[in-house]
Every structure is written in structure tokens, then in C-alpha cells.
Design a protein around this ligand. Structure first.
Ligand SMILES: [Ca+2]
Ligand SMILES: [Ca+2]
Length: 89
């Protein structure tokens, strides 16, 4: 029981909230998040390096490699994004 806390960032609530947030990034309403939509969305949150982050995040979460994040992939995307410590108000 040391106070040595390894990355316990798995807070499901945050991920749920992030999922909701990410879904709103879908500006063309096709139900998928493209890299461009993610970039614009991240930038609107005031996040630095939005383009770079979007690139990394999509590459990480895009399991089938079609370049967009579908609803099944959004879980992984939310998990990835949650590590950036975005505060949702
Ligand atoms: Ca879209
Ligand atoms: Ca995909």
C-alpha cells in the first residue's frame, strides 16, 4: 500500500464524458470522427498541438485503418484522449 500510484487513469466516467464530447466533433453527422473533425474539435477545446494530437489519436484508435473513428473505435479514442487530462466542465 505504498503511495506509488501507477497510471490509474481508468476513470470510466471521464471516458464516458469524453465519448459524448467526441461525438459532438462529428460535424458532418456521418457518425464517424475523421482526423480533421477531431483536430477542429480539439482545437476548440483550446488544446495545443491539436493537429498532431488528432493524428496520433486517430492512428492509435483506428483499428480497421479506414482513417476515421467509428462508434466501436470511439471507446479506444476516448481512452487515449483521457490521458491528456482534459477537464470537462
Ligand atoms: Ca464525421
Ligand atoms: Ca476506423
Amino acid at each position: 500500500m505504498r503511495k506509488w500510484c501507477p497510471r490509474q487513469v481508468e476513470v470510466p466516467l471521464v471516458e464516458e464524458q469524453l465519448k459524448g464530447l467526441i461525438r459532438k466533433f462529428d460535424t458532418d453527422g456521418d457518425g464517424k470522427i475523421s482526423r480533421r473533425e477531431l483536430r477542429v474539435g480539439l482545437r476548440s477545446l483550446g488544446l495545443r498541438f491539436a493537429g498532431f494530437r488528432a493524428f496520433r489519436a486517430v492512428r492509435h484508435a483506428d483499428a480497421n485503418g479506414d482513417g476515421v473513428i467509428s462508434d466501436e473505435e470511439i471507446n479506444e479514442l476516448a481512452k487515449y484522449v483521457s490521458k491528456w487530462g482534459i477537464s470537462i466542465t
